[in-house]
Design a protein around this ligand. Structure first.
Ligand code: URA
Length: 268
């Protein structure tokens, strides 16, 4: 077939899947045999070879990053750092907190005073998948408010709030964690959404920390530090995005660790 790399070119699919965190080559063979792997949308045959950078590989519909030089960083953004490549006002940017090579870019944004988890990658396909509103990976925030929210305010946050004329937020999960502190889980990514939601119900935000992106949490990552995600984490992220809006995070080691320690380093 013309879509196959010429004999001997490209990499064996099992090798690519194993590198992307799908288990041993044998386990990856089984995934192929079960018809769960597609290449460019077509179920893959055993022995299929793929060309990194050209072929789109997916498992159960979740895209698999197949370039060996792709990186995904999880950064704990401190307050005061801007989520763009450069700032005319000369403020520090998130690019200054990660290595210059390979060149990565932020996935979505946190506004300047907001702290917490931000993804950065050079994988355009993954970034596109995560950024697309129809995928709506859950994002969790810890917000310190001006005042202790009333039950009515919490209910409004949960049900949806008009944050600008004609724009009502989707239902959110909201829990009061302590006097004046709420945990908010949303799957939309509107401009300054959490701040505008809280202000709209009469309790403006004093401090805002993003503590989870889909299945990813890391209460031990210090502010200003980043770490590279491993293949299993990238895979869990892609799966969460492919599963669609508001799907629960994977129940992984890190998610359990977060449950045991709900306040992140950045949120203390
Ligand atoms: N909501 C906000 O208000 N700010 C952010 O940076 C992210 C979500």
């Amino acid at each position: 077939m013309s879509t196959l790399p010429p004999e001997g070119e490209g990499e064996r699919l099992q090798k690519v899947l194993a590198r992307a965190g799908y288990g041993s080559r044998r386990a990856c063979d089984e995934l192929v045999a079960e018809g769960r792997v597609t290449v460019n949308g077509v179920p893959a045959e055993p022995g299929r070879r793929v060309a990194p950078g050209r072929d789109l590989v997916a498992v159960d519909g979740a895209p698999v990053g197949i370039l060996p030089d792709h990186v995904v960083y999880l950064l704990n953004k401190p307050a005061g750092v801007i989520t763009t490549a450069s700032d005319p006002e000369g403020r520090p940017t998130v690019l200054g907190l990660v290595p210059p090579e390979p060149r990565v870019f932020p996935v979505g944004r946190l506004d300047v005073p907001t702290e917490g988890l931000l993804l950065m990658t050079n994988d355009g396909q993954l970034a596109q998948l995560l950024a697309h509103p129809s995928h709506g990976v859950e994002k969790e925030y810890l917000a310190e408010l001006e005042g202790d929210p009333t039950p009515a305010a919490l209910r409004r946050l949960r049900e949806g709030v008009e944050i600008e004329p004609g724009v009502v937020t989707a239902p959110a999960r909201v829990a009061r964690r302590a006097p004046g502190v709420v945990r908010i889980v949303i799957h939309e990514g509107r401009y300054r959404q959490v701040r505008r939601m809280c202000a709209a119900v009469g309790f403006p935000v004093r401090r805002l920390v993003r503590t989870r992106i889909g299945p990813l949490v890391d209460p031990h990552l210090p502010p200003g530090q980043y770490r590279r995600l491993d293949a299993g984490e990238v895979r869990a992220l892609a799966e969460a995005a492919a599963a669609g809006p508001g799907r629960p995070a994977a129940k992984g080691r890190r998610a359990r660790r977060a449950a045991a320690s709900p306040v992140p380093a950045a949120g203390r």
